[in-house]
Design a protein around this ligand. Sequence first.
Ligand code: G1P
Length: 272
Amino acid sequence: MIQKAIIPAAGYGIRNLPITKAIPKELFPIGNRPAIDYVVKEAIDAGITDILIILSRNKTEIMNYFDRSMELEAHLRTIHKESMLPIIAPAKVNIQYIRQYEALGLGHAVSLGQSFAANEPFAVMLPDQINLHQNSLLLPLIRNYEKHRTNVIGLQSVDPKLLSQYGVASAVQVQRRIYEVASIVEKPAYDPPSQLAVMGRYIVEPGIFELLKTTKPGIGGEIQLTDALNQMGMTRKAIGYVYKERWYDTSIEHDYLKIQQRAYQLHKKRKQ
Ligand code: G1P
């Protein structure tokens, strides 16, 4: 059973400046909910009971969003708007927070979760990758972990022009949607090994933490999760699960506008 998830949310949001000077990317609105709320819901729907969110200095608003607001609750009662209380109730999951003091990379952010993981396999969910599916897209990764007992990586076939923005898998298909991943090339400038990009969802075995301790800064001068995963893959290959569902990357303006539009359409449809 996978019960824990780490959500790294400590980046500067460089691609979205200047708005990210004031609003963390994870709190960008999608309909009337912030982006990270969709990720937390996806985790809960997959059976996750404990979440660790990695924050940086300007991200305290994320903690406030998931906290209870007694004052607002009391106010809603006073003005007889009790029907709105469920909308502001905190998510039914145990959320912990830790601060990453320096932006040293995704691998470093994940390494801060060692005592949280307590030697159990865990999910990593990158909050700039969002989907609007009713069913949790983390669940198929968990199922595959239970079956294969090795790291599982969510993949999606993307437009070759975009591959240089992702980790790209060198992988061989073994079943429908299932690949054996030989390695991942992080943000290949040329000659990507395939069209299968890493989609920001992983199930990782706790052995990653020892490797992250000695992982040297990689591309962009950052400690990359990809590099530690590749090292683990040398002893036991990871499984790649290929998503057919639509993912949106909130760091890409065009994708962000699209998800807002789609969330609005879905909202209207539900109200009908
Ligand atoms: C990270 C990972 C990359 C993955 C991407 C998905 O990169 O390192 O392998 O494809 O997330 O969003 P980042 O976007 O944090 O630079």
